[in-house]
Design a protein around this ligand. Structure first.
Ligand code: TRP
Length: 335
């Protein structure tokens, strides 16, 4: 096991569908992280069932997610990739940490409040205690950093509080992890509403592109993309007054590496009619190798299996060490 690099760990909920936005804004940059950090990523299937799932869909999406991340450049030789439910120590430490997470703390989690408002007919115990499982996910591996989006920062803060509380009682058991706010990549907005972030929960009609979308779908979406209702019909970067065109320029720039100035001169005098399909083409070509590779991996079940088994074995070895220590500290009889 790599010991000199700092360790980083993150969980990914198996929703399956990666968007162009999350690829260009984040995942694209993950491949190079492995040179700097000892990286662990897991598919958070245990977390997924806090809201009702169709079993066949959950199984398929967990594998699709894994295939798509590998296709985006997460090399299983350099990153530890596994499925959360394959490492039972998550659940075991999760239970213990439940006993060190306070009702009041869990009640204050904004995600719990949001999700219980949205799923009023299924406000289950798992939804409530989810942050204790997330704390276990993290603390098992003693990571230095936990890369998370804004919406998960509160859970990482709670993880730190639980770890400090536990260490305060039993001595230094857990490393206190830092939230890691990733270097910001391109911020991609919806194609039909450039005021909102491109989100995977939106349907096709609301301007999102998926990494797995067929080229025809992508082209159709870009041809329909909202441009701005100014009269100049000219490709110019102006986020305030031309949010639609500026968003398309951001996408084009992220796909081609061209600067805004270069894009403006490339399309000078062309109008939006030429620009929109050009952006579509650039996106199609950027996503093509990823889509093809992910589709190929999805057919190679033996390979995916070898990845997640090796990952779980490596993760399990480490997780078990932490769990033993915890069990001993709290007073369980050794096996
Ligand atoms: N809760 C995270 C989300 O909703 C996923 C997650 C689960 C996670 N366990 C984690 C993220 C541990 C970072 C570390 O996106």
């Amino acid at each position: 096991m790599e010991t000199t690099k700092k360790r980083m760990l993150s969980g990914i909920k198996p929703s399956g569908d990666l968007t162009l936005g999350s690829y260009l804004g984040a995942i694209k940059n993950w491949a190079v992280r492995a040179d700097l950090f000892d990286c662990y990523y897991f598919m958070a299937d245990l977390h997924a069932i806090t809201v009702r799932q169709n079993p066949a869909d959950l199984r398929r999406r967990t594998l699709e997610q894994l295939a798509q991340y590998i296709a985006c450049g997460l090399d299983p030789e350099k990153n530890t990739l596994f499925i959360q439910s394959h490492v039972p120590q998550h659940v075991e430490l999760g239970w213990v940490l439940n006993c060190y997470a306070m009702f009041g703390e869990l009640s204050r989690m904004t995600q719990f409040k949001d999700k219980s408002a949205k799923n009023a007919d299924n406000i289950n115990g798992g939804l409530f205690t989810y942050p204790a499982l997330m704390a276990a996910d993290i603390l098992l591996y003693q990571p230095d950093y936990v890369p998370v989006g804004e919406d998960q920062k509160q859970h990482v803060e709670l993880t730190r509080d639980i770890a400090r509380r536990f260490n305060g009682i039993y001595g230094d058991v857990f490393k206190i992890p830092e939230p890691f706010i990733p270097e910001t990549g391109a911020r991609i907005m919806s194609l039909t509403n450039p005021a909102a972030k491109m989100s995977k929960s939106e349907n096709e009609d609301t301007g999102r592109i998926l990494v797995m979308d067929a080229p025809e779908t992508i082209m159709r979406q870009f041809k329909r993309a909202i441009t701005d209702s100014d009269t100049e019909n000219c490709v110019r970067y102006d986020k305030e007054n031309k949010p639609g065109v500026s968003n398309l320029m951001t996408i084009y720039s992220a796909c081609t590496g061209k600067s805004y100035a270069e894009i403006e001169s490339e399309f000078a005098g062309c109008g939006y009619g030429k620009f929109k399909p050009a952006v579509g083409e650039a996106v199609v070509e950027t996503l093509r190798p990823i889509r093809e590779e992910a589709a190929r991996l999805m057919k190679d079940k033996a390979y995916l299996e070898s990845v997640y088994r090796d990952g779980a074995q490596k993760a399990g070895y480490f997780a078990e060490k932490t769990l033993r220590k915890v069990y001993k500290k709290v007073g369980f009889v050794a096996k």
